[in-house]
Design a protein around this ligand. Structure first.
Ligand code: PMP
Ligand code: GLU
Length: 398
């Protein structure tokens, strides 16, 4: 049938598609190693599950206010105050159905046709598509020549009269790289002067390695509250991806507009899931810190393996998150897939890995850089070891 222009503008999420493909092959009995998953492999902690069971037992199965229960918004406000030293009223916070939905509501509420948002590249696959769905234009700013660190110079290079804001995702998906604090401060000062908005996607803020510290625009200076829209979720911090609880804090008029949009689309996020998120936010970071330490061990193992065994592929060292972004450009032109075609792109390389070696990885082109692939290490070390051995074998001919 004839589809809307908006629907034909966007592509499906490659990260979800590859994870689903790997799961399907596994269910057919194939011994697939998946580096696709963008979700922690740890079980959700019991205290969170018990809070949900308790909520169900208490009859928390009906609508809540569209923007979420007050207790949860208060807990989110307390988190912002404790972590960034910034005070929010509950009317400046909205709970949505996952971080992705928070971003969708945000860009729907904020953008007019043709408005531009600067997206540092490589970027998480959904930013560009959500912006396009909202009528906006994603303007990608390549960070690859600056060690994958976005800065004011790159922002200015991509600034036009239509720029409304910029996304900061540090540590980033897919590189795991943290921006320098001084660069965030410079961008914050510039945003204030030019009345631009910083959309800070802090979803990986609690997964940072080597004792490095998280920093965002809200921490740059108290007045940045006016120019910052903070998006976050319980998905990664507490291994609650299936709960679908994300949240946004920002200027009251924007949050009210997001509330209107949400009221005419999903209504409130699932009631009992909100109680799980409340328990999570009140429960401290012992579990998150345990996951972080485990992710760091896996990262270190993988970096060491590439360094010692796979010279033709060069990973970017991640400061956080759970992804390894690996430069594969040295193998281009040197390998053939099962049809005899020479491999010259990240998608072709990922196809070759999956077909011949049963290893699932996400092509870098989906994140805006065709010279790379993304390997998620949100999977056990035994699986990682097997997967890396297969990748080594896949390029051993070189
Ligand atoms: N932002 C980034 C950078 C992500 O990687 C993800 C991953 N899903 C999200 C937002 C959204 O997370 P969710 O919708 O699962 O809460
Ligand atoms: N954000 C994760 C990823 O990049 C989960 C999948 C998705 O929502 O994109 O793999």
């Amino acid at each position: 049938m004839k589809l809307s222009c908006r629907a034909s503008l966007i592509k499906p999420s490659a990260t979800l598609a590859i994870t689903a493909k790997a799961k399907k092959l596994k269910s057919e009995g194939k011994n697939v190693v998946s580096f696709g998953a963008g979700e922690p492999d740890f079980d959700t902690p019991d205290y969170i599950k018990n809070a949900v069971k308790d909520a169900l037992d208490k009859g928390q199965t009906k609508y809540t206010p569209v923007s979420g229960i007050d207790e949860l918004k208060t807990a989110i406000a307390e988190k912002f105050s404790a972590d960034y030293g910034v005070k929010y009223e509950n009317s400046e916070i909205i709970v949505s159905c996952g971080g992705k939905h928070s971003l969708y509501n945000l860009f729907s509420a904020m953008l007019n046709d043709g408005d531009e948002i600067i997206v540092p590249s490589p970027y998480w696959v959904s930013y560009t598509e959500i912006i396009k769905l909202s009528g906006g234009v994603p303007v990608t700013a390549d960070t690859s020549k600056n060690n994958f660190k976005f800065n004011l110079k790159l922002l200015e290079k991509n600034l036009t009269g239509k720029t409304r804001g910029v996304i900061i995702n540090s540590p980033s998906n897919p590189t795991g790289v943290l921006m320098d604090e001084k660069d965030i401060i410079e961008i914050a000062n510039f945003a204030k002067k030019r009345r631009l908005y910083i959309i800070t996607d802090d979803i990986y803020e609690k997964i940072i390695f080597d004792g490095k510290k998280f920093f965002n625009a809200l921490m740059a200076d108290k007045s940045m509250k006016e120019y910052t829209i903070a998006v976050n979720a319980v998905s990664k911090t507490y291994s609650m991806t299936g709960f679908r609880i994300g949240y946004t804090a920002g200027p009251g008029d924007l949050i009210a507009a997001m509330n209107n949009i949400q009221s005419q689309s999903t209504s409130n996020p699932a009631t009992f899931a909100q109680y799980g998120a409340l328990a999570a936010l009140k429960g401290g970071y012992e579990f998150s810190n345990m996951m972080r330490d485990e992710f760091q061990k896996r990262r270190d193992y993988m970096l060491d393996f590439f360094d010692k065994n796979i010279k033709s592929m060069v990973p970017v060292k991640p400061d956080g998150a759970f992804y390894l972004f690996v430069d594969i450009s040295k193998v281009f032109g040197k390998l053939k897939n099962s049809n005899g075609d020479i491999i010259n792109s990240s998608a072709e390389f990922c196809g070759y890995l999956l077909d011949k070696y049963l290893v699932a990885a996400v092509p870098g082109v989906e994140f805006g850089n065709d010279n790379f692939i993304r390997l998620s290490f949100a999977t056990g070390l035994d699986v990682i070891k097997e997967g890396l051995n297969r990748i080594k074998e896949s390029v051993d001919l070189l």
